[in-house]
Ligand binder design. Structure first.
Ligand code: FCB
Length: 478
């Protein structure tokens, strides 16, 4: 790791250190990225287009017209990037597989050259003593599948299961940790309802159909993977998960209008995923809300059994929270058919560069609630982190105290949730590198390692060194 830009003494203390030090030495520490956000090389070795390649060419869809064409050029710099992870002393690396790289067009046989990249990545990680955590779908749907209807179309779930099997066949002998989907809420709501992420559709009913097909795809893929690993007589260690982005859904006031939208925000944000996954049923209130709008979830016989097959762990991503109000700024009721989850009302707290309020107490609450209402498996925090307007010094070093404070407060929230009885076993900081932050492009920097996009130089920020030192301290503290 090139720390030549760093000043001699980079140690920083935070007021959360003694809390964080209570984590056990067995707690797993990692960092996360996703394929489209870092890889670049979009036309190489047989990769075809994803919905993000298409969306990036829609005028105005992505800030500054940025695309993932080059991103962090990770496809060509992978060994160096794995070296960074090793030198930070991390236990695990969560990355995603680009579906259009390993199964161009989303159907048919595997593309050997595409799979070979992930094969090398896994070996490089294992050689460095780092556990690979694979996410199969982090939003880069092959464009051909979107052309055939995308996630609102049931067939996409079956295509996803086929793809999962291809990847598992190649990597399953060495990868234990498999996550089917990253944040299906974002795929459905941001991609198909709000249209602010690929594929940019604004169709509420289609978005709700996506919810079911994403969950079905998850269940079918999980079943195929288990079966490929020998079912009840597993050939290799296997831990299966899904990762959800969760938040609180507080009502802005006690008024019935605000309580009502908070209920819907919780229903559409949390329960519509976790109820079918855990209990094999959709929440009755949400089903009734949808029925009132003439929408029925496209559930077929047997789907809920597939979706609710037990998982080994649950991944939780958390960034921020806000309150919900059912009335506009002037107190007039909002039309539920426009925004069923109402108007977001801020707490009035400091914000990150994303405009997201910094609310670690709600993180502890989310984790505690999940552990209580959806018990039975260990939780891993698979993403948490913050974008700030980093200012590098002349050597390129970033003293990102704001990010350190954010991370420390949120790791301390994990400790608080553990104290409250939730079984949380690990934490992955988002992200290893500054990268393509979806519709916000490259301006929003989430990395603990700075990327100079002119030179592709990687320069660990102070937060990376702090993370490394914190992990060492926690490991030594028992
Ligand atoms: C999450 C995404 C991840 C990244 C962070 C900031 O919703 O999973 O790719 O963009 O937000």
């Amino acid at each position: 790791m090139d720390t030549s830009a760093a000043p001699a003494d980079t140690r920083v203390a935070t007021r959360h250190d003694s809390t964080i030090d209570r984590l056990p030495a067995t707690f797993r520490w990692g960092t996360a990225t996703s394929a489209y956000q870092i890889e670049g090389a979009v036309d190489e070795d047989g990769r075809t287009q994803s919905i993000w390649d298409t969306f990036g060419r829609v005028p105005g869809a992505v800030d500054n017209g940025d695309t993932g064409d080059v991103a962090c050029d990770h496809y060509h710099r992978m060994p160096q990037d794995v070296g960074l992870i090793r030198e930070l002393g991390l236990d695990a690396y969560r990355f995603s597989i680009a579906w259009p790289r390993v199964q161009p067009g989303g159907r048919g046989p595997a593309n050997a050259a595409g799979l070979a990249f992930y094969d090398r990545l896994v070996d490089e990680l294992l050689d460095g003593g780092i556990e690979p955590w694979v996410t199969l779908y982090h939003w880069d749907l092959p464009q051909e599948l979107e052309d055939a209807g995308g996630w609102p179309n049931r067939d996409t779930a079956y295509r996803f299961a086929d793809y999962a099997e291809l990847v598992y066949a190649r990597l399953g002998d060495r990868v234990e940790h498999w996550t089917t989907l990253n944040e299906p809420w974002c795929s459905a709501m941001l991609g198909y309802v709000e249209g602010v992420q690929a594929p940019g559709r604004r169709e509420f009913a289609a978005g709700m159909h996506s919810v079911h097909h994403l969950l079905l795809g998850h269940g079918l893929a999980a079943a195929r993977i288990r079966e490929a690993n020998g079912g009840d007589a597993p050939r290799h260690p296997l831990s299966l998960a899904i990762t959800l982005n969760l938040s609180t859904a507080r009502a802005a006031t006690d008024s019935p209008a605000d309580q009502e939208v908070a209920r819907r925000a919780d229903g559409l944000g949390t329960r519509v995923y976790l109820d079918p996954l855990w209990y094999g049923r959709y929440p009755e209130d949400i089903v009734a809300d949808l029925a009132a709008r003439g929408i029925e979830l496209p559930v077929q016989d047997g789907d809920l059994e597939v979706i609710s097959a037990p998982l080994d762990t649950l991944g939780v991503n958390y960034y921020f929270s806000m309150k919900s109000s059912g009335v506009d700024e002037n107190g007039a009721p909002l039309d539920a058919s426009g925004s069923p989850t109402g108007r977001a009302v801020p707490y009035g707290l400091p914000r990150t560069a994303m405009g997201w309020e910094i609310m670690p107490e709600d993180f502890a609450e989310v984790l505690t609630r999940v552990g209580r209402d959806y018990p039975g498996v260990p939780i891993f925090v698979t993403e948490n982190g913050a974008a700030f307007a980093d200012v590098p010094d002349t050597a390129g070093f970033v003293r990102d105290q704001g990010r350190i404070d954010y991370l420390a407060a949120h790791i301390a929230a994990v400790v608080a949730a553990r104290d409250a009885g939730t079984d949380i076993r690990g934490y992955f900081v988002w992200s290893l590198l500054d990268n393509f932050e979806w519709a916000y492009g490259y301006d929003k920097r989430f990395g603990i390692v700075r990327v100079d996009y002119n030179t592709q130089q990687r320069i660990p920020k102070q937060s990376a060194l702090w993370y490394r030192d914190t992990i060492q301290r926690v490991r030594a503290s028992e």
